[in-house]
Design a protein around this ligand. Structure first.
Ligand SMILES: C[S@@+](CC[C@H](N)C(=O)[O-])C[C@H]1O[C@@H](n2cnc3c(N)ncnc32)[C@H](O)[C@@H]1O
Length: 275
């Protein structure tokens, strides 16, 4: 369980996060800013399909950095504020978290900003069905998928989202547990079966752990690419501060702009923003 603290400003709970969260949010900001013109094509007066923001692992909306104690926005508030700042808001937002106290805190925070959204409190695996049902298939939508670990992100979630013709996704998943427990995961394949069906055919168990992890990442990317024609790219990230936290970062985009933006997103430099 993540550590919990309270934001002295609003008295609501925050997650305690590593400094890494700031980079993650910078990627989210970059996407939302870079896609403002594309989004506008689907919003009145230019279009009617809509442009939704979807956050299936939303958290409570605010977090405390464990290194500085600084309170920072969580992904839902980052997205809300950046869309506002870009001058092109999302037509609708869908926030889900399995933890009810997170959902309640987020509701209050979004309302406190004068915003409104659709809130869900269930496993992402089932919430995705309700969200997809609510979306206009003619729109340009964006899903930020940020589970703690691969167990929380069965492939069916990505598959269902990708059925919408223009669904961009930024997926940021911690695979630290895969590094620590790789051999156990390979032996009891249930988590890998759900996260990346068909993984057995992609690996040679006699290779090194690092090589197997790389093969697994490529298999997962292959599964995502096979869902459609959208460009998808991904990398493994190692936290710069502690050197051991491992994340897989994947970007799926329905636009030519996506390829260009991918370089910005993967090489995000938080220092730039602080200057
Ligand atoms: C990494 S945190 C999200 C942080 C948030 N995206 C941010 O950047 O501020 C992951 C969240 O997923 C939630 N969670 C865990 N398992 C889940 C599941 N199966 N379905 C939906 N949410 C889940 C946790 O309660 C937690 O708030």
């Amino acid at each position: 369980m993540p550590k919990r603290e309270v934001d002295p400003d609003d008295g609501l709970q925050v997650d305690v996060v590593g400094p890494w969260a700031t980079e993650k949010h910078e990627r989210l900001r970059k996407y939302i800013d870079a896609y403002r013109s594309a989004r506008a094509m689907f919003l009145p007066p230019k279009g009617t399909g809509g442009a939704a923001y979807i956050d299936l692992f939303s958290g409570p909306g605010r977090s405390m950095r464990d290194d500085t104690g600084q309170i920072i926005d969580g992904s839902p508030l980052v997205a809300y504020r950046e869309a506002l700042r870009s001058g092109t808001r999302f037509s609708d937002s869908h926030f889900n978290d399995i933890d009810l106290t997170n959902v309640d805190a987020l509701k209050k925070r979004i309302a406190g900003l004068g915003g409104s959204a659709n809130f869900y409190n269930e496993g992402a695996e089932t919430a995705v069905d309700r969200v997809v049902y609510a979306l206009n298939p003619a729109g340009l939508h964006f899903a930020f998928l940020d589970p703690y670990n691969l167990e929380n992100l069965p492939f069916s979630i990505i598959e269902k989202l990708a059925r919408l013709p223009r669904m961009d996704m930024l997926i940021h998943v911690s695979v630290f547990d895969l590094q620590r427990n790789l051999r156990r995961y390979l032996q009891d394949g249930r988590i890998l079966d759900a996260f990346m069906p068909g993984w057995q055919s992609a690996i040679d168990p006699h290779r090194s752990d690092h090589a197997i992890r790389t093969d697994l990442l490529h298999h997962w990317l292959g599964l995502i690419r096979a869902l459609g024609t959208t460009p998808a790219d991904g990398i493994e990230l190692v936290s710069a501060t502690r050197g051991q936290r491992l994340y897989w970062l994947v970007f799926v985009s329905a636009h030519a702009l996506g390829r260009k933006l991918w370089n910005d997103i993967r090489n995000v430099n938080v220092q730039d923003r602080l200057l």
